[in-house]
Design a protein around this ligand. Sequence first.
Ligand SMILES: C[S@@+](CC[C@H](N)C(=O)[O-])C[C@H]1O[C@@H](n2cnc3c(N)ncnc32)[C@H](O)[C@@H]1O
Length: 283
Amino acid sequence: MNYRHAFHAGNFADLAKHVILTRLLGEITAAGPPVTVIDTHAGAGLYDLRAESSRRTGEAQIGAQRLMEAAAAPRAFDELRAAVRRCNAPGELRYYPGSPVLITAALRPGDRYIACELRPDDYAALKQVLPRESGSLAHRGDGWTHAARVAPRTPARLLVLVDPPFERGDDYEQAVGLIRRILPDNPSSVFAIWTPLKDLATFDAFLGDVEDVAAGRPVLAAEVRLRPLADPMRLNGCVMVLINAPAEIEAPARAAMEWIAATLGEAGALGRVTKYQMPDPSK
Ligand SMILES: C[S@@+](CC[C@H](N)C(=O)[O-])C[C@H]1O[C@@H](n2cnc3c(N)ncnc32)[C@H](O)[C@@H]1O
């Protein structure tokens, strides 16, 4: 387990993931009964961009810093930009919020948050950033098994964020397996799965599997390519794959992906949102 998110916090992929996450949370918490959010791979929660890890890669400088300096970023980024500002002194960008900080800031009294993290050091940091007097719970251990164990059944409202490091060969399979374990018992649960985009074959195979397990429910792929996928050894882009996302998410997601590609990408960059809805094979 070598992956440390501190090296990558605030990069283009975090912006793509977190703009979708904050917009989803905005829609889901706008009204309705309490919601449970499960974060299968929560990370440390808050990242110091002045730390050696972040300075060594410089990824936040061509990610979060560009977003915070942008005079005309799309409205879709409003919640994310506000969340970043809340973590920092006025006019500064030292800290970047991870999914735990973004999620707990959006939840209402009565909503619940379950954050899973395997690494002891990141788990310790995560515990520090979670609000004490709220429905937030940190779990130290494997997010795949814990999420399947604690996911509430219908009629509970559920959002599952799936954000593994993809350093193990079976992360794609695990993600599909998790959807298969949760969705039948909670058919309207919303899934948001971050995936790297290195080559098209890997992504297409994953998307095909997701469509199969989604069994007719709407699937949306919000995608950023920083460059054409010529070198499969590089992180050329990323995709947020959404199941059962509210329809309102589509337009802001498109605006955000296009902005990231146009602002942070190279020649041949692309941002887009694609909708898929396969017929339910059981019908
Ligand atoms: C990409 S980072 C998560 C970033 C976080 N979701 C965010 O948006 O701020 C992936 C995290 O998963 C953790 N991890 C790796 N394998 C895990 C597992 N099986 N269960 C839970 N956490 C795991 C890593 O230690 C790492 O902190």
